[in-house]
Ligand binder design. Structure first.
Ligand code: TYM
Length: 354
């Protein structure tokens, strides 16, 4: 019985502005995980082609996500920060996974259905295969833990399905290489080459909702900028958006149960808790019984306190693109080395002559 070496991997697409959902659902967790783990954080520029092929300013988008990683506190020396296109092994493993994944599995992906919209015939093949590339991003490093927001849960389940099918289909080829690890999946013993990844979704804000509608996800693609707080928003914009955020007329409850059926209140309390590194229960023990006229200004102050230094550091970094590019090149080289090791093993398991 062996064990996979723990490794944290996650990715963010270089499309549009990063918002508070990306920060609380993902980047803030990336930062916290650095302390006790080996971590790899990737700007997934290949994924950015799936919905839209031609981007106005792809280099700036890639650099701005990188700047956000660094400004939030990710250490690119201790860990690996890179962009996906510098490691061609992701796309190579994705091709193999395209041959592992079944059409029935892909057809169930809700994000594809949402993004493709009504006219599915016009969606790109890349958008359809997107989750297979995502599985390759993770498994080309045999990563074990993936911090993401709740919207990525289904993609990570697919990643496990792909890993499982590869492990089972190739089990007798994996065994003689000595590269596999004996694991149990449910009750079943499996000699696995790829780990069963664990999503890290928990926390007070796994799904940050729109400030205008507590039943809709905060999203880059929402036409109303008032629906989201962008990481590049200044203090005035943050304050205006929170003051205008939709709420209900009641005071805040004292218990978490009291947030049921109050999506906007639940969302704002979750945001406060995540920004303060507290639980919702702790926030409510402080603000229970208070009106939004008291809670909102406190949330404005806290948001500015957390986001202003990140915003300032992002601007400082963006003024020095050659530094950002050097971080990505260095991370890319280190990532390539790891990915090539896996790919050589995968080529041997499959039986490609090399
Ligand atoms: P992307 O770029 O859409 O979003 C980046 C991260 O932000 C999280 N997120 C949210 N979390 C909470 N509330 C929200 N409203 C919210 N909106 C976005 C996302 O869950 C994500 O963690 N498919 C991924 C990118 C990817 C990836 C990977 C992630 C590609 N390969 C491998 C992990 C591992 C995506 O589109 O993220």
């Amino acid at each position: 019985m062996g064990e996979f070496k723990p490794l944290v991997f996650s990715g963010v697409q270089p499309t549009g502005n990063l918002h508070l959902g990306n920060y609380l659902g993902a980047i803030r967790k990336f930062v916290a995980l650095q302390e006790n783990n080996d971590c790899m954080y990737c700007v997934v520029d290949l994924h950015a082609l799936t919905a839209q092929l031609v981007h106005d300013d792809m280099p700036t988008q890639i650099r701005s996500i990188t700047a956000a990683f660094l400004a939030a506190g990710i250490d690119p020396k201790q860990h690996i920060v890179f962009n996906q296109s510098q490691v061609p092994q992701h796309a190579e493993l994705a091709w193999i996974f395209n041959c592992v994944a079944r059409l029935g599995w892909m057809n169930r992906m809700t994000q594809f259905k949402d993004k493709a919209g009504k006219d599915r015939e016009q969606a790109s093949l890349g958008l359809y295969a997107y989750p297979s590339l995502m599985a390759a991003d993770i498994l080309v490093y045999r990563a074990t833990h993936v911090p993401v927001g709740e919207d990525q849960k289904q993609h990570l389940e697919l990643t496990r399905d792909i890993a499982m099918k590869f492990n089972i289909d190739f089990m007798e080829k994996i065994r003689p290489t000595g590269l596999g690890v004996d694991i149990t999946v449910g009750e079943e013993p499996v000699h696995a080459y790829f780990p069963m990844v664990e999503p890290l979704i928990d926390g007070p804000a796994p799904r940050v909702m729109s400030l205008k509608d507590g039943t809709k996800k905060m999203s880059k693609s929402d036409p109303s900028d008032l629906s989201r707080i962008n990481l590049m928003d200044d203090a005035d914009a943050i304050s205006r958006k929170i003051r205008k955020a939709k709420t209900d007329p009641d005071a805040l409850p004292s218990e978490v149960d009291g947030l049921k059926g109050r999506p906007e209140a639940d969302n704002l309390v979750g945001i406060f808790a995540a920004l303060a590194d507290k639980t919702k229960a702790e926030v409510l023990s402080e603000f229970g019984g208070q009106q939004f006229s008291v809670f909102k200004p406190a949330l404005v102050d806290l948001s500015i306190e957390v986001l202003a230094p990140i915003n300032a550091e992002m601007r400082r970094l963006m003024a020095d693109p050659s530094y950002i590019d050097s971080v990505l090149r260095d991370g890319g080289a280190r990532a390539r080395e790891r990915a090539e090791k896996t790919m050589n093993e995968v080529r041997d398991i499959i039986g490609f002559v090399r």
